[in-house]
Design a protein around this ligand. Structure first.
Ligand code: 2U9
Length: 357
């Protein structure tokens, strides 16, 4: 096949095959059969050498023109088939952009209510300018008791039902902290006032019944400077209660009490309308002005410095706010319970966006 006529027939055949290719795969088959190494157009080129010299130039040009035409027709058909294939896909594949994001296993996890309440409390006090301080769970007698004005013979030591470790050869013994107060002690020893911290964390007491677990959670606060007084204490606690229970007003009652580390000392009740139980009072925290002995024990001059401290049990606070009836369920590791009372990890409590959303 080398005559002009044959070439015209081949061109017509190839263009018809290209036009008739119904999908990209059959179009590619046509391309290979025409322009591939052993394709019909390529084979013509290999015949060039056997032609008489006077015919070569003309034949070569004609075959090249054919090659270009076929190649252009292939490209054009390919573009048409690709557009058709995309249109077909778009008809069947739809994305509803208004659907909620599917998170998969990430969405299954839950934040424990006590962790949620801890985050809420930290958010509220951070907004009032407090920083978060931390310390070890394993403490010394000195940090947990002595420096807090609770000497060896003090009855409060028995009240705390302490978990002690075995004594060391020198007679001293470590313990699991019974409150987070040693964190404030360490802060006062390490840095000069003004001090404005909260100390959240686990605490341990040998106590186990309906309303007590051997490990529970506290947040304590401490403010020390040269002029802080009880008015500031009352304001801070009032702002805390309003923000925490997410109400505009909260009734508060300060009752005289006694703690070795504060003088005067008070227990604080709130009007239970804050949690939808009008007419009742609920005890929620203890507080007072830091005892001069405690300041002295930390190297601060009580003539110059003063301030307030408070302590609140997080587990009880969590039960009150979220209506969880049984304290022991907090530590049962029950996934059904957690999926009911737990929080999504994406609902981070913020004062602007709402604490419990
Ligand atoms: C320093 C000085 C004073 C912390 C305080 C309370 C009152 C209090 C209880 C609340 C419920 C413990 O978890 S609970 O059982 N706490 O009533 N805590 S004043 O006073 C301090 C702390 C540290 C250096």
């Amino acid at each position: 096949m080398s005559g002009a006529n044959d070439l015209a027939v081949l061109e017509k055949d190839l263009l018809a095959e290209i036009a008739g290719a119904g999908d990209l795969a059959s179009l590619d088959a046509v391309r290979v059969s025409a322009l591939g190494k052993k394709g019909r157009v390529s084979e013509l080129m290999s015949k060039l050498g056997s032609l008489p010299p006077e015919e070569r130039k003309n034949f070569g040009q004609t075959v090249n023109t054919l090659k270009t035409k076929v190649s252009d027709a292939l490209d054009a058909r390919k573009a048409v088939l690709e557009t058709a294939a995309l249109d077909e896909r778009l008809k069947t594949e739809r994305a509803d952009v208004t659907l909620p994001v599917r998170l998969g296993p990430v969405a299954e996890g839950r934040i424990h209510p006590v962790s949620q309440v801890l985050d809420e409390v930290v958010e509220i006090f951070a907004d009032m300018g407090f920083s978060v301080a931390e310390g070890p769970d394993i403490e010394t007698d000195e940090m947990n008791f002595d420096k807090l004005n609770i000497p060896a013979e003090h009855p409060a030591r028995q009240d705390h039902d302490t978990f002690y470790f075995a004594p060391k050869p020198d007679g001293s013994r470590l313990l699991l902290r019974t409150h987070t107060s040693p964190v404030q002690i360490r802060t006062m020893v390490a840095q000069k006032p003004p001090i404005r911290i909260i100390a959240p964390g686990r605490v341990y007491r040998m106590d186990s019944d309906q309303t007590h677990t051997p490990m529970f959670h506290q947040v304590e606060g401490l403010v020390i400077d040269e002029s802080t007084h009880m008015g500031h204490l009352k304001w801070v606690l009032q702002e805390f209660c309003k923000a925490f229970f997410e109400v505009d007003e909260v009734k508060m009652r300060f009752r005289a009490s006694h703690f070795p580390f504060t003088e005067p000392s008070m227990e604080v009740d709130i009007g239970a309308e804050a949690i939808g139980k009008p007419g009742q009072w609920l005890e929620i925290l203890g507080c007072g002005m830091v005892h001069p002995n405690v300041l002295r024990n930390c190297g601060l001059d009580p003539e110059k410095y003063q301030g307030f401290a408070f302590g609140v049990g997080l587990d009880r606070l969590t039960m009150l706010k979220y209506g969880i009836p049984d304290l022991r369920s907090f530590f049962s590791g029950d996934l059904k319970w957690l999926s009911h009372y737990g929080f999504s990890m994406l609902d981070v409590p913020t004062l602007g966006g709402g604490l419990s959303t």
